[in-house]
Design a protein around this ligand. Structure first.
Ligand code: SF4
Length: 405
């Protein structure tokens, strides 16, 4: 596996696959053609189907248009064989002659790949790729998952995780301050600040739960507005892990050094899924985004509460298992419905998975690795209607309602 930095990418929302990846691809292409007279970019499959709502065109135009006129072509019905999120970049000279064409795919979490080039395959720094093997290593050595991360990544990982943690906390704080309507035309008001105020009016577990919802909403609403966030493992699911960690830091006084270790463990679990299955909604549906985020947060929370490697694995396993089959059907292609609420629910579910596992001895039948394999297979079996094309499910139902009116 490569570095957990690939799981925790710092960037701007609303979508790691639909904005962060295309923006980076545009920058790479522009760097090769700074003297081009014009560009044309064709978006295929899922990128074209939900690209307008996800601001894919805007992300590309922000980079290319200041350099030369740029045309965007939409091909939502054409799915290139390598991956559903295909892009074809073309650069032309002043006579209109084609200088180069480049087909590249945004394969999730902001990562780019094609038949010759795969960011995912560089810098393999982890010797073990399954939680089973890593857990055995932990138990044999008496160490924890975060210590395996430190051993593979080196000390520098802590600086990176601190930077990521600061961006996560800033996103929570900004989101709690901000008010107004989210962009995209659905007319959805931000809810985070209201939820926090209402949560404070309660006591006990309702207050606590309300705050977790508020923190997750805050980050997801920032993401929907194109604000700076950290993928965990994607933009669409970026609210889950910060909500859980921010809540535990505030309510239990965990020091940042402990939070960073929990982040390392969360990154390790996300990395195993990314390596052995996918964290792309276009490939496996929302189980790969919010489901994986829940697993990461559940494992992180369990570690903070002193869980053994087996209990941490169990918490993460439940976080993912109980999201199996979760479809991706964002209304109007925007990362808003069901995405934002879904982050809040997954944060709460992660805390439940932590509690459930804490009450156990960590023994259970289905392993995390097996659930990852089932998630991959389930994702393969899902029709493309439910994989970030906005052609089925909630996206279809809501459009119908609008048409009937
Ligand atoms: S439904 Fe899930 S996978 Fe799809 S865009 Fe929303 S958060 Fe991402």
């Amino acid at each position: 596996m490569e570095s957990i930095r690939q799981i925790f990418r710092i960037g701007f929302g609303p979508s790691s696959s639909h904005t962060m990846g295309p923006r980076r691809a545009a920058q790479i292409f522009l760097d090769r053609h700074t003297d081009a007279a014009s560009f044309q970019v064709t978006l295929y499959g899922s990128l074209a189907a939900t690209g307008k709502g996800h601001m894919t065109d805007q992300a590309i135009l922000d980079v290319l248009k200041p350099a030369a006129p740029t045309e965007i072509v939409w091909e939502p019905k054409i799915f290139l064989p390598f991956h559903p999120n295909g892009m074809l970049f073309k650069a032309f000279n002043g006579k209109g002659d084609l200088q180069e064409q480049w087909t590249i795919y945004s394969i999730g979490g902001g990562t780019l790949a094609n038949e010759e080039f795969n960011e995912q395959k560089t810098e393999e720094i982890y010797g073990m790729n399954t939680i089973h093997d890593i857990q055995q290593w932990c138990e044999k050595k008496g160490l924890s998952y975060w210590e395996y991360v430190e051993q593979c990544e080196g000390e520098a990982i802590w600086d990176y995780l601190m930077e990521a943690w600061e961006v996560m906390q800033d996103a929570v704080r900004r989101g709690l301050e901000a008010e107004g309507v989210l962009p995209g035309g659905l007319g959805i008001r931000r809810k985070a600040s209201d939820y926090l105020i209402r949560a404070k009016g309660y006591g006990g577990s309702i207050k606590s739960r309300g705050k977790v919802y508020a923190y997750a909403l805050a980050v997801s609403e920032e993401n929907a507005c194109g604000g700076q966030i950290v993928t965990a493992p994607t933009c669409g699911s970026c609210g889950v892990l910060p909500a859980v960690l921010f809540h535990l830091k505030k309510s239990r006084d965990f020091r940042d050094s402990r939070i960073l270790r929990a982040l390392a463990t969360a990154g390790l679990f996300g990395n195993v899924v990314r390596t052995n299955a996918s964290v792309s909604g276009a490939e496996v549906g929302c189980q790969g985004e919010v489901g994986v985020a829940c697993a990461m947060a559940a494992g992180a929370a369990n570690q903070l509460f002193g869980g053994t490697p087996a209990q941490i694995e169990y918490a993460a396993e439940m976080g993912l298992e109980h999201h199996l089959g979760l479809t991706c059907d964002p209304v109007c292609g925007l990362v808003q419905i069901p995405c934002i609420e879904r982050n809040a629910f997954a944060a709460a579910r992660a805390l439940d998975a932590n509690t459930f596992s804490t009450f156990s001895d960590g023994k259970h039948r289905v392993s995390f690795d097996q659930v990852v394999e089932v998630m991959r297979q389930t994702g393969n079996d899902l029709p493309s209607l439910y994989k970030e094309t906005s052609e089925g499910g909630l996206a279809k139902k809501y459009q119908r309602k609008i048409k009937k009116k």
